[in-house]
Design a protein around this ligand. Sequence first.
Ligand SMILES: [Zn+2]
Length: 440
Amino acid sequence: MTDVFADLVGQDEAVATLRRAAASAAALLRAAAPAVARAGAPAAGGADPDGGHDDLDALAEELDGTGGATGQGAEGVDPGAGMTHAWIFTGPPGSGRSVAARAFAAALQCVHGTGCGRCPGCHTTLAGTHADVRLVVPEGLSIGVNEMRALVLRAASTPSGGRWQVVIIEDADRLTEAAGNALLKAVEEPPPRTVFLLCAPSTHPDDISVTIRSRCRLVPLRQPPAGAVAEVLVRRDGIAPDVAEWAAAAAQGHVGRARRLARDPEARQRRDAVLAVPRRLTGVGAAFDAASALIEAAEAEAAAAVAETDEAERAALQTALGAGGTGRGAAGAMRGAAGQLKDLERRQKSRATRAQRDALDRALVDLAGFYRDALTMALRAPVAPVHTDTAALAGAGAQKWDAEGALRRLEAVLECRAAIEANVKPRIAVEAMMLALWKG
Ligand SMILES: [Zn+2]
């Protein structure tokens, strides 16, 4: 099984939904193909620039389920039954929201209509080079309205490959309100061959507006079980089974994080440092030191992550602007350049902030796993620990704190995450958490 859905770990239900939809979308295209060809014929004389548009409108109605309720279509697939214009993929981080969206996009562009994983449509979509698939990955903290308007405009054009225009929006919860409104317009009156695939943590109104939600079909993904994550690490990435099992448990169902832990010694070191925190909280001073260490580690990790891209972007912009030019007009060009440079710096700063928050959040998730282990041990719950390598320490904590104390500490970590999410300054939130972890 190496089709485009193979890497979607532990999501059988979602995969079944998406396979049905892809088959139905392919049936719609087959049903529309002869009509479009007929309508396109006169265009050979150059008289009909809008060739085939009416048929596409009919197709759009069919997709909406408002027209053409014709029952079974080609090959026994009911067109329109499984397919729609707008989808939301939800699930916890690492569950594979964007993997699912990309796989579905590939299945829509697949020449066999199945997501075979071998044809040019599948390949180019997964490689990110398909002309009719646009991927929006917000680099900063939000997706702006201009970006969204441009995207919506381009998405309205007829697909060059003759199948679908697909727009994937990763982290749709990071849309600004204005950008959300621009998207809503497109989702409400979808161009006939355009499909929007949104990814968000949940359908909570904080993540996605109620109106957009109401226009989309939902594909909920669950946290994949550790066993399924370990299996894919072994099969796909060739990681040794014992390492894969440890990493899958430690990553708490986050596939990408599990792979990083299994492969990247620096990621393992950072995790070790985080899991050393509970041991080091011996007093107020130690709590503040631990907070500083955690924040600085996140800053360093983020800086390393964005440094290369930042430098490449700066160099590219300087080349494009002809930096160092001395000819006529160079002074005027430099004035315009200053604005562009400032713009780039602003975007880079936003991306750095986001990278810091992501790094800090990973650390907090690891820490939460430790106190969860202490809690389940205090309760003698028959579940496997998240962090097998600190299980003894968590066991000692369970004895010392009891279930109640372990729960209070777990809650302190979760509150810290929520506070940072709500824009509390990370240092303040982390210091408050460390004090709570020390006092219990
Ligand atoms: Zn294919």
